[in-house]
Write a protein that binds this ligand. Sequence first.
Ligand code: ADP
Length: 398
Amino acid sequence: MEGTILVVNCGSSSLKVALFDAQLKKLSSGLAERLGKEDAFATVKGHPAQIELDALADHQQALSALVTVFRDDGLLDDAPAAVGHRVVHGGETFREAALINDDVLAAIKDCASLAPLHNPVNLAGIEATRALFPDIPQVAVFDTAFHQTLPEKAYLYALPSHLYNDWGVRRYGFHGTSHQFMANEAARILGKTPATTSIISAHLGNGCSITAIRDGNSADTSMGLTPLEGLVMGTRSGDVDPGLFDFLANQGVAPHEVHRLLNNESGLLGLSGQTNDMRTLCELADHGHEPSQTAIEVFCFRLARYVGAMMASLNHLDALVFTGGIGENSSLVRKKTLAHLSLFGFTIDDELNHHHGSISDGRIEGAESRFRVLVIPTNEELVIAREALASARPGMAG
Ligand code: ADP
């Protein structure tokens, strides 16, 4: 097929790819998991059988195997017309997507100190794709770029200024592609232009963040220097007292253990002692499991607190938007969160909350609610495909 766009999203041991046609209709997607391990494997949507990968297969082998399936399925000619890469950290260098060349690669490497777990694997994905398709335009789309409109008062920490000046210690924000998609979709649903639409966008997946979008621009967001700050997440703590680091050091906990504790063992998993998966937690809570009930309460209360905090950045609010696996699917989380926000005039319609989407164009607020509340499925891959098309072939973007 002519003019296809390949979207690549690399994790440390995973690789997600999606293939779009020139009109940005999704043709297929695939996922490789457990890369670098003995039992690496891949799956492609619509193919019941797993795709064989060599033991210890790396990102390049996985990409090559998935691309071969797309070719065999007749979805991809020799090569796509462009490739869009999700890159987590663009620092202050990238305010928008960038056509990848050696300078852009060097700048992404420079940002790696800000995202040591993410940028190096994103670079591995770019290198793998460049090796496979050396003559095809590759575009980097940054999680941080949408938040480069944050005002100084929102991005500065109250720290000695040399930390910012010398090392770039500031709040950057993440999930930018999803929040940007929410801004555009909410405007479309509300019959407005993005430039006049102000929303609070809550992206609730395994990672969670919330953003105040004022007249189309990110004005405040809950994630900071790293994707650890802010809301309660699947395994991440979100906000803690910075005094905790000293306290734990005095208990003999080493820095790398603190890192693991806050990133991998906290959040819903840490509170419940059972799982980071909200759907399972809701089932456990239903059966009277108290730590799971507590985890859900803390999650929703922190989220509601942040909705209140985001109000400080807006001069009007067109809608509060829920997205991500939890935001799109958990009526319980939405209901509990909104229950904390009655003073602002939010109410919820239980029927709409339960059946959102099918009967309401995503609307779930009660008739008397002061503000609209929308549930909108996110589509980060589409944003990356659109950006790749726009950057790689200016004038052809749909
Ligand atoms: P990722 O950040 O990895 O893309 P997702 O956006 O897919 O994650 O969100 C995963 C989260 O969504 C998990 O906690 C999962 O349990 C939750 N989720 C999915 N469906 C439901 C549901 N029906 N009810 C509650 N939570 C759900």
